[in-house]
Design a protein around this ligand. Structure first.
Ligand code: AMP
Length: 327
C-alpha cells in the first residue's frame, strides 16, 4: 500500500470501530501526550457515539495540563476495540500492557521504523513530531477528522516540544504551515509555553550543581552522570533529572551530548542528543533507539555506560576526520 492508501485504510478503520483506545510510548513527552490527547479530542467531538479512551500505564507531570488518562477498560473491552498507537517506534515501548488484546492495531509514528508492528502502519520519519503527522492526517480528511480548539492546543504542544520550538532540522515549511493551521484556532501560546518551560525554583537552583558535573571527552562529547544519590540529594524525579540533558545543548565543538540518569532500581537511563551526527545507531546497540539526533537507551552498569561513552567519543573523532568546522 502506498502512503495515500494507508491513510485511507486508517480512515476507514477509525470510522468502522465503535470503541477506540489511544496509547503512546512509555516515559511520555509532549509529543506522545499531545498526539493521543489531540486525536482523542478530535474523535470525541466528531463521533460522540463512539467510546474513546486514552489509556497508558504511566503519566508525566509536565504535560498533565493538557489532559489526563482514562481508566483502563476491562480485558473483554479490547476484543472488539481498535488500538491506535501514537508516537511509539516499537511495540515493546507502548505504555499499555493490554495493547496486544486489541482486535486491531494502527500505528501512527515518526520514529525510524526498525521493528514494524500493527495491522496498519503510517510512519513518516521525516516529520518533526508525531503531532505534525497526525495534524496532516486530520487535515487530509476534514469531514471525518475536523480539528477543534482543544485538539489544536494538544497538537501544538507536541509540535513545539518535539521540534525544539521549531529549531531542529526536521522543521520544514510544512511543519510551520501545519502549526499555523493550529494557531488559527486561537491557542494561548504564552500560557502554553509557561506550562512547558518554567521550572520550580528548586529545580532551577539545582542546575548549578548539575552544570559542575558535566564532563568533556577527548573528542568533545559532553556527558552528565546523575547517580541515584545526587538525584535524591537534589530532590529530582527521574523526569526532572532527565531534563538536564538540555544543559549541554549549546556548547561549540561538542555536537554530541549524553545524560546518564540512574533509576531507583540501579538501571541507567541514557539520553543521547546531537547536531549533524547520527546517534540513533549507537543507541540501538545499547537497548535503545529513537531519532537520528535524539535517541534514548538503557545501560545496566557503570562499565556499560563507560563503553557507550567511549563509542560516542570514537564516533565524534571519526566525524572530525572528514569535517573541519565542528559546530
Ligand atoms: P528520550 O531521551 O528518552 O527523550 O528519547 C529520545 C527519543 O528516542 C524519543 O523519541 C524516544 O521515544 C526514543 N527512545 C527513547 N528510548 C528508546 C528506546 N529504548 N528504544 C527506542 N526508542 C527510544
Amino acid at each position: 500500500m502506498n502512503n495515500q492508501e494507508i491513510r485511507e485504510a486508517i480512515r476507514q478503520r477509525i470510522k468502522s470501530y465503535s470503541r477506540i483506545i489511544l496509547s503512546r510510548h512509555i516515559r511520555p513527552d509532549g509529543d506522545a501526550v499531545g498526539s493521543t490527547m489531540g486525536l482523542a479530542a478530535v474523535l470525541r467531538a466528531r463521533y460522540p457515539e463512539k467510546e474513546i479512551y486514552v489509556v497508558n500505564d504511566d503519566t508525566a507531570d509536565y504535560t498533565a495540563f493538557i489532559g489526563t488518562e482514562d481508566t483502563q477498560p476491562d480485558d473483554a473491552a479490547y476484543a472488539d476495540a481498535l488500538l491506535i498507537a501514537l508516537d511509539t517506534g516499537t511495540f515493546d515501548r507502548l505504555s499499555n500492557s493490554k495493547a496486544g488484546l486489541a482486535k486491531e492495531i494502527v500505528k501512527i509514528d515518526h520514529h525510524i521504523d526498525d521493528k514494524p508492528y500493527g495491522d496498519l502502519s503510517l510512519v513518516e520519519d521525516f516529520r518533526s513530531s508525531a503531532c505534525e503527522l497526525v495534524v496532516d492526517f486530520c487535515l487530509s480528511f476534514p469531514e471525518d477528522f475536523p480539528l477543534t480548539a482543544e485538539a489544536a492546543a494538544c497538537y501544538y504542544v507536541g509540535m513545539v516540544t518535539d521540534s525544539g520550538r521549531f529549531r531542529y532540522s526536521e522543521t520544514t515549511g510544512d511543519t510551520l504551515r501545519l502549526a499555523g493551521a493550529l494557531l488559527d484556532f486561537g491557542i494561548d501560546t504564552e500560557r502554553l509555553f509557561a506550562h512547558l518551560y518554567l521550572d520550580p525554583y528548586e529545580e532551577f537552583r539545582s542546575r548549578s550543581a548539575l552544570l559542575r558535573k558535566i564532563k568533556r571527552s577527548p573528542a568533545g562529547v559532553l556527558s552528565l552522570t546523575i547517580p541515584r544519590s545526587l538525584r535524591k540529594k537534589l530532590g529530582l524525579t527521574m523526569e526532572q533529572a532527565g531534563a538536564a540533558v538540555s544543559l549541554m545543548d549549546s556548547v561549540k565543538g561538542s555536537p554530541v551530548w549524553i545524560a546518564f540518569i540512574e533509576a531507583d532500581d540501579g538501571t541507567i537511563r541514557v539520553r543521547l542528543r546531537s547536531r549533524f551526527i547520527g546517534v540513533q545507531e549507537l543507541a540501538t546497540r545499547y537497548h535503545g533507539g529513537g531519532h537520528l539526533c535524539a535517541s534514548g537507551a538503557t545501560v545496566y552498569s557503570k562499565k556499560e555506560a563507560g563503553a557507550l561513552l567511549r563509542e560516542a567519543d570514537a564516533l565524534l573523532s571519526h566525524y572530525q576526520l572528514s569535517h573541519e568546522d565542528i559546530l
